[in-house]
Design a protein around this ligand. Structure first.
Ligand SMILES: [Zn+2]
Length: 330
């Protein structure tokens, strides 16, 4: 199940990470929690009613928001105001009597790449989804890394400039403010005013306000200098950010996905060159930067991967032993 602000997408995924069948329902997010749940169960039932779904062994769910993966609770998600501290996994599990897991959408996309995608064969992977925003996920020692509750992997909101613009998350100067699709679109709208001859303006039918990251991408492919300059600037910010991540984690591979991941693919070599000065790790230039295998279905496939041992919550024991320590302290 891949749940977003507008759609509830269910899919039957096999053990090879192939999507066999999908069903979509419009997501009702402005009414009650139960009505929102109905969008989800309708999509699930459309898939389960398919003959090929008889062998289903589990249900994985991803949402664009904060989750407690250990308890299967959706804490909050900006685009899903219908649910707050909502026991989504339990509701689904009770209804279908199938083991159900819940995680953040970028985290499961990382898992999809590690299990079946561009990261196959690597134990430690850092995944970046470059889209409207920037999502990230971590696979460490072959397992999806959840952190304490499931909120780990919010790399898109790492501040790279403390005096930078205010991000919707409340912080300042997040990488998302410089290298996401919305940031690239905003930069283009700002710069076309001084560059009346750019292809960006042509593609936007002469309206500066209509420039988007997709248009910048198309203009760059047409060889437009301003478009390339805007993307190179985003690549510079990504180099600084990835340099920090490499020094912290030394991942074996970096996988870039999301709508913009492919567009930035022509800058991967450039980024690797910049890592010479933006990271100190001796392996900074050996770490491969790869394009993701999965596109729009990354979160759907990743949700299915949650049902594999590699997707299980692995902080469980440490959490329990912490509880025991708390009891002893009392
Ligand atoms: Zn932010």
């Amino acid at each position: 199940m891949d749940i977003g602000g507008t759609k509830a997408a269910a899919g039957l995924v096999n053990a090879a990470g192939e999507v066999l069948f999908t069903a979509r329902r419009r997501m009702v997010v402005r009414k009650t929690a139960e009505e929102a749940l109905r969008s989800v169960t309708e999509a699930i039932e459309a898939v389960l009613s398919n003959r090929r779904a008889r062998a289903v062994t589990g249900i994985g769910i991803s949402v664009p928001g904060w989750v407690d993966s250990q308890r299967g609770v959706l804490l909050s998600a900006t685009n899903l105001p219908c649910w707050r501290n909502y026991p989504l996994a339990e509701k689904i599990q009770q209804r279908y009597k199938l083991p159900t897991r819940l995680a953040n959408d970028a985290n499961v996309a990382a898992l999809a790449e590690a299990v079946w995608g561009a990261g196959v064969g690597y134990k430690n992977l850092f995944y970046v989804s470059l889209g409207t925003g920037i999502g990230t996920g971590l696979v460490l020692q072959d397992r999806l890394y959840y952190g304490r509750t499931g909120a780990a992997g919010e790399g898109g909101h790492m501040t790279i400039d403390l005096n930078g613009p205010q991000c919707a998350c409340g912080k300042r100067g997040c990488i998302e403010m410089y290298a996401s699709g919305s940031a690239i679109g905003a930069r283009a709208r700002q710069l076309v005013a001084h560059n009346p001859r750019t292809r960006i303006l042509e593609l936007a039918e002469g309206k500066a306000a209509a420039a988007t990251s997709e248009i910048v991408g198309r203009a760059a492919l047409d060889g437009d200098a301003l478009a390339n300059e805007i993307l190179r600037e985003a690549a510079d910010y990504l180099s600084i950010w990835l340099g920090n991540i490499i020094d912290l984690l030394e991942p074996e591979v970096i996988v870039m996905g999301g709508g913009l991941g492919e567009l930035m693919g022509s800058f991967f070599n450039y980024i690797r060159g910049r890592l010479e000065t933006s990271a100190v790790s001796p392996s900074r230039q050996q770490i491969p930067i790869l394009s993701a295998l999965y596109g729009a279905e990354s979160s759907l496939v990743g949700s299915a991967a949650l049902c594999l041992p590699r997707g299980q919550v692995w902080m469980e024991r440490s959490h329990k032993s912490a509880k025991r320590r708390d009891l002893r302290a009392r």
